[in-house]
Design a protein around this ligand. Structure first.
Ligand SMILES: Cc1cc2nc3c(=O)[nH]c(=O)nc-3n(C[C@H](O)[C@H](O)[C@H](O)COP(=O)(O)O)c2cc1C
Ligand code: SF4
Length: 652
């Protein structure tokens, strides 16, 4: 029997702008983050009568299909999962075909179309969590709770599985229980969690220290050292004027910190000059806080301790491009930050920094809304993110048009990473020339690195661009590193002879991840973990990536299981080339990067697993033909695969 109670983190309310008009502000329901059991009884679930139950949710979200992800999340919070009957009610209410609603619900890994455990435990499955023993801890918990990995226990109490990196690599092994992040797991903690779940203790009564997420800032430079006052950057931008602010951005030569390194002022200028269209004409600023690249967690720290600077940066961008609304797309794994971020926005509204007449300037309107992701790495890709914001599956769009001309709701939209927007706020205050004086010519300013793996002091390190990998390794205490994976699985793997290279767009670009592997680590297992990550996260839209990433993961498993041959290695190279040219988005294009690098730089890690160094077919075709030979009564060379050709002297 499901208890008729749930323990939900109260997350406050936020003011939001309705789609209809800039001046009309309406109370928006806070995004409810479920922390505990669903509210309804089994009887209600079995009845399939969801109309009354879902009406308040649908009313609060104005039955807007564009808010489908939010509606689905709240529905799941209430029902525990998304039963077919609930999807039908939602589809009818938002005026969308049911198949589309189901398609959206099925896309995101945090939505469930089947019942899940009332306690849903998801272990972070990044390689750094594995290096800290997460796989053993998962087995231990499964044994303790008598549950098979990936299944729901017979009494419906608990399910245990893995999820992609939760962004806690500096304090792993980490996991999520009912969406709440938990860090520094140990055998002792896992034992205690097993007991708490068995005794059905509400999560609000679990030890607080299990939920502690630390910033772990280890090296500060201009951003992390900055002293600023709430609204200071926005006021500085207003004083400079929009064109003046654009000029400062140009002078700064700030490049995006989300990975691609696109020049920020070009984006802002394009969006400012682009025409708005239609009834809902407006410009938008979107902050990409999806931070799904395994090994990256610097945005988490900025959101935790520098949110005001970020919101200032979003407001500066809004003022400069003439946007009236900002959207912060926060990855679902960071939902625990939501109450604090909403509180921050409320304070800014109260202080006249958001809303109408921002900073007392008549006609200057700008407000920020937070939307939660639901467990899809691809939604960090900016056009997939926009799709998700519009209540759709997070499938990357075909470009052009680019978001700066046709982004959110088809309107000019700037999408920037959290760190980029924080840097923009500093530029507003201190000017573009000051910023351009830091770092290198092509890579101005500083970069936040998320350092994890085999280091003495994991955490956040801020350096001016141009710092050598060696310097970083010395600072974080990585005495015996054999490799560093920079910018996550889609980035680059450097071996010891490359440690003199520099972190900069002109040498080793990075979105921030810096995972260190000591000499004792098996680089094949590192690459195998990455291959499975991409196979899991491929959105499935295009065949090369959907099929290719799975084939590569299978090849890696075959090699890992001692069944591989050079054939598999050739296959990986072939698929790598194919993915590069034929994938629709950056996920597929980068999916084999780490394999390619490790195959070149750590080849023995692969070769010692191969069954033979010659071709070893995965399948014995001649053996498979035995049945046909028996049936036809033939056993001559022509009835054997390869034999006829060999007898006649040709190639089989
Ligand atoms: C598969 C994939 C995932 C991505 N994930 C993120 C992410 O989590 N955060 C981010 O800022 N950019 C991410 N990006 C890059 C964005 O598409 C986009 O370039 C970035 O948000 C632009 O901001 P910037 O110019 O400030 O870097 C991702 C790209 C791809 C292809
Ligand atoms: S490359 Fe992969 S993730 Fe990108 S659109 Fe194609 S299937 Fe989706």
């Amino acid at each position: 029997m499901i208890p008729a109670r749930w323990i939900s983190a109260p997350v406050g309310t936020s003011r939001w702008r309705t789609a209809g008009g800039a001046a009309k502000l309406k109370e928006k329901p806070a995004i409810a983050v479920v922390v505990g059991e669903p509210v309804v009884s089994e009887k209600i679930l079995a009845s399939g009568q969801f109309d009354e139950l879902l009406r308040p949710i649908l009313d609060r979200y104005c039955r807007d299909a564009g808010l489908l992800v939010e509606i689905l999340r709240e529905t799941q919070n209430v029902l525990g999962y998304l039963p077919a009957g609930a999807l039908t009610v939602i589809a009818k209410a938002v005026g969308t075909p049911r198949a589309r609603v189901e398609g959206v619900a099925g896309f995101y890994s945090f939505f469930h179309l089947e019942p899940v455990g009332r306690y849903r435990v998801l272990f972070s499955d990044n390689i750094t969590d594995r290096m800290l023993g997460s796989a053993e801890l998962l087995d231990r918990l499964c044994n303790k709770l008598w549950v098979e990995r990936g299944k729901v226990s017979e009494d419906g109490l608990v399910s245990v599985d893995t999820t992609s990196c939760t962004g806690m690599c500096d304090q792993g092994p980490a996991l999520l229980v009912n969406g709440r992040a938990m860090t520094r797991m140990s055998a002792e903690r896992i034992g205690r969690i097993g007991e708490l779940i068995r005794a059905q203790v509400p999560m609000s009564e679990w030890p607080n220290e299990y939920f502690l997420v630390e910033d772990n800032i280890r090296r500060r430079d201009t951003l992390l050292n900055s002293n600023w006052q709430e609204g200071e950057a926005l006021k500085a931008a207003i004083a400079r004027g929009a064109e003046g602010m654009l000029a400062e951005m140009k002078l700064s030569n700030l490049r995006g910190r989300g990975g691609a390194g696109f020049t920020t002022h070009i984006k802002w200028e394009s969006a400012r000059r682009a025409a708005v269209h239609g009834e809902r004409s407006a410009r938008y600023v979107v902050c990409n806080a999806d931070e799904g690249e395994p090994g990256t967690f610097k945005d988490r720290v900025l959101l935790t301790s520098y949110a005001d600077l970020l919101f200032d940066g979003m407001s500066v961008a809004g003022f400069t491009i003439g946007a009236t609304k900002g959207l912060l797309y926060l990855r679902g794994e960071y939902a625990y930050l939501l109450p604090q971020l909403e509180e921050n926005l409320r304070n800014r509204r109260a202080d006249g920094l958001l809303g109408n007449a921002v900073c007392g300037v008549a006609g200057l309107t700008f407000d920020i809304e937070i939307r939660l992701g639901a467990g899809a790495y691809v939604c960090g890709e900016e056009t997939a993110l926009l799709e998700s914001l519009e209540g759709k599956r997070g499938v990357p769009r075909i470009r052009p048009p680019f978001p700066v001309t046709a982004g959110y709701l088809g309107q000019p939209t700037v999408v920037n990473n959290v760190e980029t927007l924080c840097k923009a706020a500093l530029i507003a205050v201190k000017g573009g020339a000051w910023f351009a004086g830091l770092g290198t010519k092509q890579s101005t300013g500083t970069k936040l690195l998320s350092i994890s793996g085999d280091v003495e002091v994991p955490g956040i390190y801020e350096y001016p661009f141009g710092v050598s990998v060696e310097q970083v390794l010395n600072d974080c205490g990585a005495g015996n590193a054999q490799a560093v994976q920079i910018s996550g699985p889609s980035g680059i793997c450097l071996a010891t002879h490359e440690f003199s290279r520099r972190i900069a767009f002109e040498d080793v670009p990075t979105a921030g991840a810096f995972m260190v592997f000591g000499a004792h680590r098996d680089m094949f297992e590192v690459a195998r973990n990455f291959a499975h990550f991409f196979a899991h996260e491929s959105c499935g839209f295009c065949t090369p990536c959907r099929v290719g990433t799975s084939l590569v993961a299978n090849c890696m498993d075959k090699i890992g299981n001692g069944q591989g041959s050079p054939y598999e290695i050739n296959e990986i190279f072939k698929i790598h080339r194919l993915l590069h040219v034929a994938s629709h988005c950056g996920l597929g294009q980068a999916a084999c990067n780490a394999l390619f690098d490790t195959l070149h730089k750590f080849r023995p890690a692969y070769e010692r697993r191969l069954r033979s160094l010659d071709f070893e077919p995965a399948f014995d075709l001649d053996e498979a033909l035995a049945g046909a030979r028996r049936m036809t009564g033939r056993d001559d060379p022509g009835a054997h695969f390869g034999l006829a050709a060999r007898v006649s002297g040709g190639d089989a």
